[in-house]
Design a binder for this molecule. Structure first.
Ligand code: SAH
Ligand code: SF4
Ligand code: F3S
Length: 475
């Protein structure tokens, strides 16, 4: 993603929030590109904010940049390879622009530390996810002829006081981080190593940020955390209160606080963890019309033994009990998931259990991956990555094929309904059409008529393709 600055919002907070010294980098140009999950895109908005406060302006053209930063992902090997290719391209461009600073941020920076700088010589600067406040100094060090690295992880950094510069193009839908890090240690996953310990952000700053977004014209916020259900302000992970003089807040309570910001502000959140998702969260969703009826609930596998090897902390039965609770408490709730094909030791029966679980749940949509072994993880140390590549591929294809059938079936079932849709942007198909989403997170394409971006309209669903619904505005 290259960046564009749409709005300069929340001026009341801005003055007190980011009191950086001076504008030590006045007139310099920043090019910022992001990979990976929503959390990374949200972090890039924090990075842009920190650097703009120091006098940087942003550019969409890396060739004219003084500083090129690439915010990276380590989740699977191919994510890292893509970044290496990009860094090689930037290094070629640097030959014509020798003063250019090339820096790597995010999960790859944290995972590889000095390696990209010393062994591979692809970058001048390395900053991990908790080191972004240091970026102005790190850039200065590089300009002074040194290489700069900061990959210290923090137990309490949440960037709570930083007012992110919004990098999305529409000004309708914004990300708001509520937790950082992850304490779950799923055996396949590199995130606990790249993002450090889990910590929750002060709920007041979350509510303020959401209110500021609404006042700036935004109509939807997505609350972000690797496991939003473990959000706990002023409490330890063992359920003890940290400071008796302050209130405690769990995720269900946080959602209620955010829902109260404005009835016209839609609330979404990601990611829910099956082991921690409580009925209280579901009741909060049912109670507030502006909390969207949609849950991303990654299952990873439909087999209990496999889930044990994955260290996910739930069984197939537990997961299905959570799905039943969703269907009971929030009728017509969309559910999506993540699935990994071919994790260590996966037998054909175990794979078939994933298929049968998919049939039982019938997900609206799914992100489906082949297992990719990651250094340092529990799985890499304990198990063998022993499912042959062609078997992984075949199982993944079976999973994808089934999911396509389910998505199509669910899309078809929407035909004839009238849905409230938030208009997000002009459609890629035609200038006269717009794209919006239903409460349940289905994309709908329809003729714009007199609807503006950011409006709520009622749309009758008339047809569907594999990826989206088609409809027309009803007055
Ligand atoms: N915190 C979220 C997911 C973060 S990573 C959660 O717990 O659900 C997003 C998805 O990437 C995961 O849900 C998983 O399906 C996938 N993933 C993570 N590590 C992987 C690996 N080593 N190989 C393949 N897929 C992986
Ligand atoms: Fe990774 Fe598991 Fe944490 Fe998700 S919950 S980020 S999969 S360790
Ligand atoms: Fe990737 Fe890091 Fe997110 S590894 S998925 S960018 S937390």
């Amino acid at each position: 993603m290259s960046i564009t600055i749409e709005k300069d919002m929340d001026e009341t907070r801005q003055g007190e929030a980011i009191q950086m010294e001076g504008e030590g980098h006045k007139g310099k140009k920043l090019y910022l590109e992001s990979y990976g999950c929503a959390m990374n895109f949200s972090d890039s908005e924090v990075v842009a904010s920190i650097l703009i406060q120091q006098g940087f302006t942003t550019t969409q053209d890396s060739d004219e940049a003084d500083v090129v930063l690439i915010n990276t992902c380590s989740i699977r090997d191919n994510a890292e390879q893509r970044v290496r290719n990009r860094l090689t391209q930037f290094n070629k461009a640097k030959r014509n622009n020798p003063g250019m600073v090339i820096g790597v941020l995010g999960c790859m920076a944290e995972r590889l530390k000095k390696q990209l700088l010393e062994e591979e010589q692809l970058v001048d600067l390395v900053a991990g996810p908790d080191a972004y406040r240091e970026l102005p100094n790190l850039i200065q060090e590089v300009e002074g002829g040194q290489k700069a690295v900061n990959v210290l992880l923090s137990r309490d950094e949440t960037y709570a006081d930083i007012n992110p510069v919004r990098l999305d193009k529409n000004g309708v839908s914004g990300f708001v981080s509520i937790t950082r890090g992850c304490d779950n240690m799923c055996s396949f996953c590199v995130v606990p190593f790249t993002r450090g310990r889990e910590r929750s952000r002060d709920p007041q700053t979350i509510v303020q940020e959401c209110a500021a977004l609404f006042n700036a014209g935004y109509r939807e916020v997505t609350l972000l955390g690797q496991n939003v259900d473990s959000y706990r302000w002023n409490m330890t992970s063992k359920g003890k209160i940290k400071d008796e003089t302050k209130p405690t807040t769990n995720f269900a309570q946080l959602m209620e606080m955010v829902a109260a910001v404005h009835p016209k502000l839609r609330i979404r959140f990601s990611t829910s963890h099956p082991k921690d998702m409580t009925d209280d969260v579901l009741h909060a969703m049912a109670k507030h019309k502006n909390i969207c009826n949609y849950i991303h609930l990654p299952v990873q596998s439909g087999n209990t033994e496999m889930l044990k090897r994955m260290n996910r902390g739930y069984s197939r039965e537990w997961y299905m009990n959570r799905v039943a609770a969703i269907n009971r408490i929030i009728p017509d709730c969309g559910i999506s998931t993540d699935i990994i094909a071919g994790f260590c030791g996966e037998t054909e029966e175990e794979h078939q259990d994933t298929i049968s679980l998919m049939r039982e749940v019938e997900y609206d949509s799914a992100y489906m991956y082949k297992y990719s072994e990651r250094p340092k993880t529990l799985a890499q140390r304990k198990f063998e990555d022993d499912v042959p590549e062609e078997v992984k591929q075949r199982r993944l294809e079976e999973i994808i094929e089934l999911q396509m059938q389910h998505s199509e079936k669910i899309n078809k079932a929407q035909i004839g309904k009238v849905e409230e849709v938030l208009v997000e942007k002009v459609s890629r198909r035609s200038d006269e059409q717009v794209m919006g989403r239903t409460d349940r997170n289905h994309k709908v394409i329809f003729d714009q008529e007199d609807a503006a971006i950011g409006d709520y309209v009622h749309v009758k669903i008339t047809d569907c393709t594999r990826a989206s619904l088609l409809g027309e505005i009803v007055k």
